[in-house]
Design a protein around this ligand. Sequence first.
Ligand SMILES: C[S@@+](CC[C@H](N)C(=O)[O-])C[C@H]1O[C@@H](n2cnc3c(N)ncnc32)[C@H](O)[C@@H]1O
Length: 270
Amino acid sequence: MSSILDQPSMGDLQQCGHGAGHNYAKGSPHILHHSIRDRLVQRIHQMVGDVMNRNGRCRVLEVGAGHGCFTDHLLAAGAEVEVTEMSAPSAEFLRHRFRHNRKVVVVHDPDGDATRAGDPVDAVVCISVLHHIPDYLGTTGKLAGRVAPGGAFLSFQDPLWYPRRSALSMALDRGSYLCWRLVQGEFRRGLSTRIRRISGTYDEANPSDMVEYHVVRNGVDEEAIRSCLAASFSAVDVERYWSTQSCVLQAMGERFFPASSFGILARGRI
Ligand SMILES: C[S@@+](CC[C@H](N)C(=O)[O-])C[C@H]1O[C@@H](n2cnc3c(N)ncnc32)[C@H](O)[C@@H]1O
């Protein structure tokens, strides 16, 4: 961890954005809306079941687990889980939460070291995490390198790559977000962040610009991730869906709006 005189590290910034008492549900469409949550939980069960059928067990590395909302589902599906967290308070929360569960190991990882070579795992899971990581492609490749033959890689809830989206798609997405901010009474904050984002000027010491790294910039390139994973998995599926914070706009968008987010499931590590 850096001293206060240094530029804050990504670990400092993530901890600032996900500090003690952070509410992971607020502002997280994949936790808030049952339609998205169900889709994700289904993928978790599909992935763990598939790996267990092939390998007899499923050792999962869950990167950036937050408060363990989806760790519960991995465990319910039969996995043993190593969870990592950049935020010390969140790692502490996880330690306390799973203190009686021997199938969970919690690692506080302020430097994002989960990418380093370590014991092989049967699956890597990143839920709403890749868009926080500046070099998400390099990270994906290294994490995939930790997966044992027959294993899987699941990532979910990242914004689709903006340059491939239409102006209408971006307008609906951003408009929905600002409407939600308005209801939260945080319209000015949302608007000032948006103006900074449009002008393309980022402050590396400002958590608003750094924590939601690729939401602020160009989104996450789902096709580049697909290509990266296709090199080492026999099947890679990308699923695109609409997601936003507001319940009303989520229901409306699922029927009428173009996709804004994606999940990716790679199976059959070669
Ligand atoms: C939006 S939250 C998602 C939490 C959880 N996965 C969920 O869906 O509820 C992103 C989390 O990833 C953590 N994080 C970001 N980059 C990380 C990294 N490289 N290694 C470990 N944790 C990371 C943050 O501290 C934060 O708790």
